[in-house]
Design a protein. Structure first.
Length: 316
């Protein structure tokens, strides 16, 4: 139909990917896709196989079997035309310690036919005030910002981010999140690995969880592990003089009591709170530490990985 947007194939397509190191199967039949302009987080404990999978997507390793396409390229055979269209932020960079930030970013820009503006890229990552500083004088967080600038200056269509905010203080992490999320405006597709699950919650459109070489679950951050339909947790501490047996009856499962720390599971949090607070007022007591929460992304991730089969052989 006239005026309809053209179909955009996925930026990343992985089908039945397998990677063996001798008798060790690091990745075992993994399949997933990443849409253009999407931020996709690949998670898993150490040894899950995610590092090997990402290295294959970047073109650094060859798969044993299966199919991988990034922007339509076989990463292992794409050559310069492929490299010019991706950016990579590794866990540790390799910038020349004696060059200035401006010189380092300018050097990387010279590798591309149509690089982004060097000064604008430096400003975007929050290093404008350090553009004349030598790399060896930068802090750990500033070095990570430089790594990001080096990955962005080529104007990548797909960006691989491996633990991008390691070493950042809380304020710098928040700034980095805003910057990474802002790359959507350029249509950049991002594959993210991170051990900071608050970072994943903030940034990712979808999440894939790997364990022992398998992709064991894939969903949005809010729905992973059934978070969107999980019951609410209400927690508080009873005064020492008031036994848990004195709690009123209400719309909750049997409360958990750990030395006066009470946790209730319910699908009716409003009614529970109404019942509890009316009872507490009638008793003349405060419910210290009263909190209302659904299971966090970390709760869901830990449950998924803890429940994963331990019989298989893991990868990197």
């Amino acid at each position: 139909m006239d005026g309809a947007p053209a179909f955009q194939p996925p930026a990343i397509v992985v089908e039945r990917l397998r990677k063996d190191y001798g008798r060790l199967r690091a990745v075992d039949g993994v399949s997933f896709q990443v849409r253009r302009g999407e931020i996709y987080a690949l998670l898993g404990p150490n040894g899950a196989g995610k590092t090997t999978a990402v290295e294959i997507l970047e073109g650094h390793r060859k798969p044993t079997s299966g199919s991988v396409r990034v922007l339509g390229f076989d990463p292992g055979a794409g050559g310069r035309h492929f490299r010019e269209r991706i950016g990579i932020v590794l866990q540790s960079g390799g910038a020349d310690a004696e060059l200035t930030v401006r010189e380092m970013v300018g050097l990387y820009a010279s590798f591309y036919a149509q690089p982004r503006d060097v000064a604008a890229t430096i400003e975007q990552v929050g290093l404008a005030g350090k553009r004349r500083a030598r790399v060896r004088t930068l802090s750990g967080g500033q070095l990570r910002r430089l790594d990001l600038a080096l990955a962005l200056v080529g104007g990548p269509e797909v960006l691989f981010l491996d633990e991008p905010t390691t070493g950042f203080d809380p304020n710098a992490r928040r700034d980095a999140w805003e910057m990474i999320a802002g790359l959507r405006h350029y249509g950049t597709t991002i594959l993210l690995t991170s051990h900071y699950l608050d970072e994943v919650q903030r940034l990712a459109d979808r999440v894939g969880v790997m364990s022992h070489g398998h992709l064991i679950e894939e969903s949005t951050p809010d729905a992973l592990g059934g978070r969107d339909i999980a019951g609410t947790l209400i927690s508080f501490r009873l005064p020492a003089a008031l036994p848990a047996a004195e709690l009123p009856a209400g719309p909750w499962d049997l409360p958990e009591n750990r030395d006066g720390d009470i946790t209730m599971h319910t699908d009716e949090p409003t009614r529970v709170l109404c019942t509890l607070t009316r009872w507490a007022v009638s008793q003349g007591v405060e419910l210290e530490g009263l909190t209302v929460a659904r299971p966090s992304l970390e709760d869901a991730y830990l449950r998924i990985t803890d429940n994963a089969s331990t019989g298989g052989r893991g990868g990197r």
